[in-house]
Design a protein around this ligand. Structure first.
Ligand code: AMP
Ligand code: MG
Length: 432
């Protein structure tokens, strides 16, 4: 996304009032209805319970974007909730979504945060806040599931046609749409894994048709590499653990396929076509995953044998509980700061890797583009938020600034260290 949305305001006062939900922007705001599978259970009762879509804008580069507020109050879908959000999670969404954008990974973005000046009651009294979220659209897998759940075929078809027009104009059939969405989502998950991101709440209502990352709740970047890593306090069984993300997205896309199948009267032939697309997506995701990890090792065009190279390394890293980000940024710099890098298992692997890359002229630039130096680490994000909550926003601003250049191998930066034992943040919360 280009930074310029082409928005113009008469005054600062008008701008503040729009982003705090006191003034409309080009018409009446709306709340969207959706359904979705939450941790595998279908819930028809979802929707924007604390978000308002203010407007769509066409940016100067011709892209259509949604401008939405989150934490802006009750809607018809709030059910028992207050429709509000508090400053902590709002600052977190800002930091992590903008970091994701700067990492080059498709995501909704954060345009503004406004303190509401009102108290929000959670376990204790918290300062209320509203975030302005920009997205290519807010159409979710769960939006399709809603119309399928109520057997509203007419509106399901309208939603499909609209989604195709808005996001996949080249798709000329339901199957082509399903394939395009599926491949985008598969690529997205492979990109997340490249940077050690754990979304934490990959419910079908948190998966956008556009293929952008959405819903920065209990998400986190891992410090130590552990394929089973889970941060979210509500993910008791590890459904959305780091490595499960590649399986869960396929399951989610199968839910989209089954909603779309309704448009074809559950026809057997279409069912088989859709099943084939889901199978292809699974293969594509595996290929993308290995391509992403191969690029972290400087391999530009990976072949079958490179899978083994990647798997063997990850096994070593998991056994050594090595810091994921720092390991890859250090090998990019030819540094060996970890003790395990002198052990036989690693040295044997290293020899194989060096043989593989020695004749690849672009190995180093490829690694520099695939291995971030800086990620928003939990303990650093937490510190920045805590300090902002007590009135000092400086750490929040300097962290955001550093996160703007995640692949800058030349710059100086204060936020690179893995947490010490007593600094580790092991659990994250939806917490809004
Ligand atoms: P999420 O955890 O953001 O995916 O939200 C799950 C569902 O809970 C959605 O339908 C939200 O709109 C709803 N929800 C979350 N927080 C609130 C709140 N403070 N007030 C009303 N609804 C909420
Ligand atoms: Mg959500």
């Amino acid at each position: 996304m280009k930074t310029d949305l082409g928005l113009k305001f008469e005054s600062l006062h008008e701008k503040e009032n729009i982003f705090s939900g006191n003034l409309p922007l080009n018409g009446t705001p709306i709340a969207q209805k959706y359904a979705g599978h939450q941790f595998g259970q279908f819930n028809p009762d979802l929707g924007d319970g604390r978000a308002h879509l203010l407007a769509e804008v066409i940016s100067p580069d011709g892209e259509r974007y949604d401008i939405a507020l989150k934490g802006s109050g009750k809607t018809p879908y709030s059910r028992g909730g207050d429709g509000r959000a508090w400053l902590g999670p709002i600052l977190r969404e800002y930091i992590v979504s903008e970091a994701m954008y700067n990492l080059g990974i498709p995501t909704t973005r954060s345009l503004a945060i406004v303190s509401s000046g009102e108290a929000v009651y959670r376990e204790v009294k918290m300062p209320g806040a509203i975030i302005t979220r920009i997205a290519k659209s807010h159409i979710r897998i769960g939006t399709f599931q809603w119309f399928a759940a109520i057997s509203d075929i007419k509106n399901l078809k309208i939603l499909l046609d609209y989604s195709i027009k808005r996001h996949y104009p080249d798709a000329s059939s339901t199957a082509e749409f399903l394939r395009a969405v599926s491949f985008n989502q598969a690529r997205l998950v492979a990109e997340w894994m490249r940077v050690g991101f754990i979304h934490g709440v990959m419910n079908t209502d948190n998966c956008l048709i556009s293929g952008e990352t959405i819903d920065y709740g209990p998400c986190a970047f891992m410090d130590e590499y552990n394929p089973d890593k889970v941060f979210s306090s509500i993910d008791k069984y590890g459904r959305y653990s780091f490595s499960n993300q590649s399986k869960v997205i396929i399951w989610n896309l199968a839910q989209l396929a089954s909603a779309l199948l309704m448009l074809h009267g559950d026809d057997q032939n279409t069912l088989e076509i859709f099943q084939e697309i889901i199978n292809e997506t699974s293969k594509y995701l595996s290929q993308e995953y290995y391509a992403q990890f191969a690029s972290k090792l400087g391999i530009v065009t990976p072949d079958e044998k490179d899978k083994r190279l990647v798997d063997d390394l990850l096994k070593i890293l998991a056994g050594e509980t090595a810091d994921f980000t720092n390991f890859f940024s250090k090998i990019t710099n030819d540094e060996k700061p970890f003790k395990f890098m002198m052990k036989t298992a690693y040295l044997t692997w290293e020899k194989k890797w060096q043989n593989r890359v020695k004749n690849i002229p672009d190995a180093k630039p490829t690694m520099r583009q695939a291995n971030p130096v800086i990620i928003p680490r939990n303990h650093i994000v937490e510190k920045a938020i805590q300090s902002a909550l007590s009135g000092d926003f400086e750490p929040f601003y300097s962290l955001n600034e550093a996160l703007q250049k995640p692949y800058d191998y030349k710059g100086q930066c204060n936020f690179l260290n893995a947490p010490k034992e007593d600094e580790k943040v092991t659990a994250t919360f939806c917490g809004t």
